[in-house]
Design a binder for this molecule. Structure first.
Ligand SMILES: NC(=O)c1ccc[n+]([C@@H]2O[C@H](COP(=O)([O-])OP(=O)(O)OC[C@H]3O[C@@H](n4cnc5c(N)ncnc54)[C@H](OP(=O)(O)O)[C@@H]3O)[C@@H](O)[C@H]2O)c1
Length: 235
């Protein structure tokens, strides 16, 4: 790589990249020549298997997004870094077959914390590292759309992702001009541990498109809620 290519090399911080869609995001950005800082909670994850072929372009960091001490520690470690894409992917689904009346308080609370509060805490902590022309994104879901919720299902999870969307709108509303690009991405129903084997899409049919959409949106500014085809979803 020449020195001018090195200068142009962009950096993504992908939060929750041990497996599934986050792993695929890390892998896709590495393929596209980016430097990737990717976070995990454990050791020996599928992400770690990318390390040998990625060299120093892949940096693996520890972060449990529900632990504020972890967020502070990583923010300090990355204090001198500039990031072109901050993507919070981490998320959980618990008892998605239960109605809200059947769902336990702990399950509901955990989803609200991990899917809505913690991603926003990460965004608030790391946004000052994101370059002015960069992108701040979170993994939302088509299920987060209040307007499209005509068939129910995944009730607690759906509520937590709708909460994420609304918190991102509040965040967007207090950003100074010129507005940075803020994205809530819906990847489609994808075969991962969360999506399950009956999901309609393979990871390879989702994540490269999600990355294409984010690339196309870079520099446009403002908050958008988009699917993998770049279509705007109704709030
Ligand atoms: N699959 C789908 O159809 C689909 C559709 C719409 C949206 N999504 C969203 O896409 C994202 C990824 O989903 P997935 O399908 O890839 O699920 P997955 O296979 O279950 O992976 C979830 C990822 O989130 C991480 N994570 C969970 N809690 C965390 C925490 N407290 N701190 C840090 N990392 C945490 C997991 O890390 P560990 O390995 O440490 O557990 C794992 O890397 C989620 O936000 C999900 O809601 C998925």
């Amino acid at each position: 790589m020449t020195s001018s290519e090195q200068q142009k090399q962009q950096t993504a911080l992908i939060v929750g990249a041990s497996r599934g869609l986050g792993l695929a995001l890390a892998s896709e950005y590495l393929k596209r020549g980016w430097r990737v800082i990717a976070t995990v909670r454990g050791s020996g994850t599928p992400l770690h298997q990318l390390q040998p072929q990625s060299g120093d372009r892949l940096e693996i960091e520890h972060l449990d997004i529900d632990a504020t001490g972890d967020i502070e520690a990583l923010r300090q470690r990355l204090d001198d870094r500039s990031i072109d894409l901050l993507f919070v992917n981490a998320g959980i689904a618990i008892d998605s077959d239960k109605t809200i009346g059947q769902l336990g308080t702990e399950a509901f609370t955990r989803m609200m914390v991990t899917n809505a509060l913690s991603p926003m805490r990460v965004i608030e902590a790391f946004d000052s590292l994101v370059a002015p022309g960069g992108v701040i994104a979170a993994m939302s879901s088509g299920l987060a759309s209040v307007a499209n919720n005509t068939d129910g299902g995944w009730e607690g999870y759906r509520a937590s992702k709708a909460a994420l969307n609304t918190l991102m709108r509040s965040y967007a509303a207090r950003q100074p001009e010129p507005a940075r690009t803020l994205l809530l991405m819906a990847p489609g129903w994808v075969r991962t541990e969360m999506g399950g084997p009956g999901a309609t899409l393979d990871i390879s049919e989702s994540i490269p498109l999600v990355v294409d959409v984010m690339t196309a949106q870079t520099g446009r500014g403002g908050l958008k809620y988009l699917n993998r085809l770049g279509e705007t979803l109704p709030w």
